[in-house]
Design a protein around this ligand. Sequence first.
Ligand code: 7SA
Ligand code: CA
Length: 531
Amino acid sequence: MKRSLLYYAAAAAACLLASLANAAAPTVRNGGGEDIILQGFHWNSSRNSPQKWYEVLTRMAPAIGQDGFSKIWLPPPWTDQSSWSDPAKGTSGGGEGYFWHDFDKNSQYGTDAQLKQAVAALTSAGVQAVYDVVPNHKNDKLPATLVRWPRGYKLWRDDCTAPAQCDEGDPFMNGLADLNTASPEVSPRFMQEFRNLRDNYAAKGLRFDFVRGYTPERVDLWMKDFNDQAFCVGELWKSPGEYPATDWRNQASWQDALKDWADRSHCAVFDFALKERLQNGGVADWRHGLNGNPEAAWRQTAVTFVDNHDTGYSPGQYGGQHHWALPDPLRNLAYTYILLSPGTPTVYWPDMYDWGRGDLIRKLIKLRKDAGIKADSPIRFQAQYSGLVAATEGSRQQVLLALDSDLSKVPEGFTPVLDADGQRIRVWLAAPATPGAATTLHCDNVRPGPGQAVFAVGAPLALGAWDPAHAIALQPGTQNRWSGTVSLATQQSIEWKCLIRSLSNVNEVYWQGDPNNRVVPGATAESVGSF
Ligand code: 7SA
Ligand code: CA
């Protein structure tokens, strides 16, 4: 049968649409990778007085926009009239939104009308609203009108003979407040409320609380209904040791568990792998966050932060919760790192507007935006230096940062742009680097003495910028040849030399004679120098 021309045109159009749809379907709903997020509250914001918190947000909206934030993470909008006290710790609280009992938006943060006013002011300042939502549990002790789930019919976790039948994840505390998110009554009711936030409260994204308490697939289902392209981020705060011994994640890294959740939910995820390194590692170990992963597909899922309303201090009552606070001397370094590296950075309200770090953070936000740093930007760490030395490839500029580092020489072409905290923070800019190529360097005819070894030193940062103390160590081969492979920027001629250097004294150095060795990385895969 002869097919009409129309048939083939229609088929081609269908293919094109399918490919466009595919292209449009996000691998991860991270907002496009250029966001800078402000956490728009702290632990005591619901107790703010005399102004209600939503009034503070309305007043601050223009400044928040001018400071360069593209999104604001708002507290849970649902009414929470709970109150609790912990005599052992001498603390009390409630009303922060995480033990809500109804979808009513008149909360401790302000009235429904004040919420709409705040979001309107933020939207006109160019700041999109991301709402914190808490589907894992609700306070069933208080009467509700908009959400009525009577006990029974497997709507609650504790409604089942085997609670696991009515819960897709962990319980919050003893689980008595946990909802059965898989129930055909519960899941659609949340979809309806998320659409309400989208249509009537300008919700452009959602922050999912306590995602350990339900499945990532549930979050994906809700996001497909809310807006398949919109930003979402999950709070998966669960150390490997908290998974059952039989669960693969018990033996995996924080990064692996976070990436698994992001892959299954197609949402971004707070970078608790970085937070764990900030807390327990040295500055050099900060490279091991999800945002510093060698793969762009991993980096782009990370939403980085220094502290939040749980981990950090908060102005006011008891100083907030401070479960896992980063000590003050490291905070400016940590903000420099997250704002000048991949992932989507989040700034904690008090650091910006209460504790005087705003000027530095504004400078860092401007540097990030001018350089064109995005969630999936490449980043190269130079481990031969102390502290953290990293070069982030923005689309417009290369940003070199040195934190608590002994880096002393920088290559030509790098312009210093920031020097803070008594030289603990240094930042340079350079033209975008060309892609790197693995290049093997050989040094021939070398006879290092006892306690000596052979190194390669040269103009690029990766070869120590001609500083013997940060040259690259080579490995011994055969016939007095020592070799090493390093990634070097292509499309340019690079000069380098062989060195014999004492292992115990970086100043005891024997240089290869002139001329310098030359190589054009990418054009040739190796280069030989000889003593
Ligand atoms: O310890 C910190 C870290 O140290 C590091 O060295 C460790 C880390 O692993 C380690 O390497 O992190 C651990 O500790 C974290 C903090 O507890 C854990 C983390 O998994 C664990 O590894 O994080 C969990 O707790 C956070 C607060 C959660 C995380 O998702 C979760 O993983 N954060 C979010 C969740 C909630 C709850 O929605 C919010 O909690 C956070 O703001 C939000 O960001 O059920 C009825 C009921 C009974 O079950 C109880 O017995 C009864 O007492 C009700 C009553 N519970 C009350 C609580 O006792 C009271 O504290 C409840 C109604 O109100 C309060 O609960 C607060 C909670 O304290 C507060 O943090 C809740 C509701 O108001 O709001 C907040
Ligand atoms: Ca649960």
